[in-house]
Design a protein around this ligand. Structure first.
Ligand code: ADP
Ligand code: MG
Length: 414
């Protein structure tokens, strides 16, 4: 339904363009012919144009009948074909006219109508590369053909002019095209954002509903485990998986409505230490060593501690996950210029290709089999809420360095 609607608009645009072209075509064609053949010849006391020359009056008749066919196609809802009808029709009639007039006579070649320039100059208006090339090349081809057949170099003069005007028209066409492309991109981005907003709200609502049953499920599982400590060794896995669902649900809820930030003073060392305690087990399983360098003493920073923990858990997890065969993750914390804290997390993992770098932070963008593609989106959102900066330096196959810069005092940033 929408597709049809858009098509309709494009057809409407094409109709406007072709109507404008037709008006200009007939006005220019007839006024040029009139001016050139009668007024010009008359004032130069040359012979009046012989109406029996070439196609003579037939030319006017044929061009007028083109109009009838053109209007028929426009009415039938196929205006796209009309511009081709005119270029081919015009060239066909002109070649025949010239051949009849000049072939086998000694008359000097003096043909061509200024309307040929209109064809080329107007072609970018249709925003169609194929049409542009058709017009320019067939105009050039026509005069080359006439020059060769009639052995009259005068037929070649317009060729140079067509080249120059064609080049200008081509530049215009490219500009139009690139302008339209950017508009289309902006439009698509907007649509994408709108779609995400809806998905986000849905995800947040569903997430909210899942959270409560999930926490009672976890509570009862824990209870079972305590009650029958020796009967079922699946409990730890069950609890771990429930935690996993919980963290996915938390991330999803971020899509819809970012949480209110609660700023308090907190020590970055403690946040990092907590993060390491959470990620340690996963690192061990994958033979990854977490190495931390803290260039202290450091001032406490104004932040939402819980959310920053989430940020570093996400980033360190990503670093560990990028090294399936083990390795080292270096975490460095220091105070930087302009009252800010600088935290970097460097891994020697798979790295991120240039193409993927552009997609980082897009919801659901993941290259992992079990990934959600929500981690970096949430991370990015939290850091933005803190008026900080997140930066990725990566070399494919060599490793990635993630830099986080956070202001120490929030009031400075308002
Ligand atoms: P997920 O971890 O669920 O895939 P993220 O948003 O955390 O989602 O990450 C998105 C993608 O960014 C990952 O799938 C991965 O391709 C890439 N990525 C993020 N961090 C790193 C890293 N340290 N090394 C290599 N790739 C990374
Ligand atoms: Mg992740």
């Amino acid at each position: 339904m929408k597709e049809g609607f858009r098509n309709q608009k494009l057809i409407f645009e094409e109709k406007k363009a072709i109507k404008l072209f037709l008006w200009l075509f007939y006005i220019i064609y007839f006024s040029f012919d009139f001016f050139y053949d009668y007024i010009y010849s008359f004032s130069n006391e040359k012979e009046l144009k012989d109406l029996n020359d070439g196609l003579g009056l037939w030319q006017y008749f044929l061009l007028s009948s083109l109009l009838l066919i053109g209007v028929y196609f426009i009415k039938k809802g196929n205006p796209y074909i009309v511009k081709y009808l005119y270029i081919y029709g015009y060239i066909f009639f002109d070649v025949i006219d010239c051949l009849i007039t000049y072939l086998g006579t000694s008359k000097p070649f003096a043909s061509g109508n200024i309307v040929e320039i209109l064809f080329i100059v107007f072609s970018p208006v249709f925003v169609n590369k194929k049409y542009f090339w058709t017009v320019t090349l067939s105009m050039i081809g026509k005069d080359l053909f006439l020059g060769l057949i009639l052995h009259d170099y005068r037929a070649l003069f317009p060729v140079l002019m067509f080249f120059i005007i064609g080049a200008i028209a081509f530049i215009l066409l490219i500009r139009f095209n690139s302008y339209i492309d950017s508009l289309t991109n902006v439009y698509n981005e907007l649509r994408q954002k709108e779609k995400l907003a809806v998905i986000g709200q849905m995800a947040a609502a569903i997430g909210h509903e899942i959270r409560n049953p999930l926490s009672s499920l976890k509570g009862f599982t824990q209870l079972q485990k305590e009650r029958y400590p020796n009967t079922n060794d699946h409990y730890p896995i069950m609890i771990q998986e429930i935690d996993r669902i919980n963290s996915i649900v938390n991330d999803l809820m971020y899509l819809g409505k970012p949480k209110r930030i609660k700023f308090d003073r907190a020590r970055i060392e403690e946040i990092i230490a907590y993060t390491l305690s959470i990620t340690q087990q996963q690192a061990k399983n994958q033979n990854v060593i977490l190495e931390t360098v803290i260039e202290g003493p450091l001032p406490a920073i104004e932040c939402d501690e819980k959310q920053l923990k989430q940020v570093f858990i996400n980033l360190i997890k990503n670093a560990i996950e990028s090294m399936p065969n083990g390795g080292k993750v270096k975490i460095n914390v220091k105070e930087a210029k302009e009252e800010s804290m600088h935290i970097s997390i460097q891994d020697g993992g798979c790295g991120i290709s240039e193409e993927s770098l552009l997609n980082l932070g897009e919801p659901f963008y993941t290259t992992k089999k079990e990934g959600t593609g929500l981690g970096l989106m949430v991370t990015n959102q939290i850091i933005n809420d803190h008026f900080g900066n997140l930066n990725f330096l990566s070399e494919f196959g060599i490793g990635t360095k993630v830099e986080v810069v956070l202001p120490i005092n929030q009031n400075l940033k308002r």
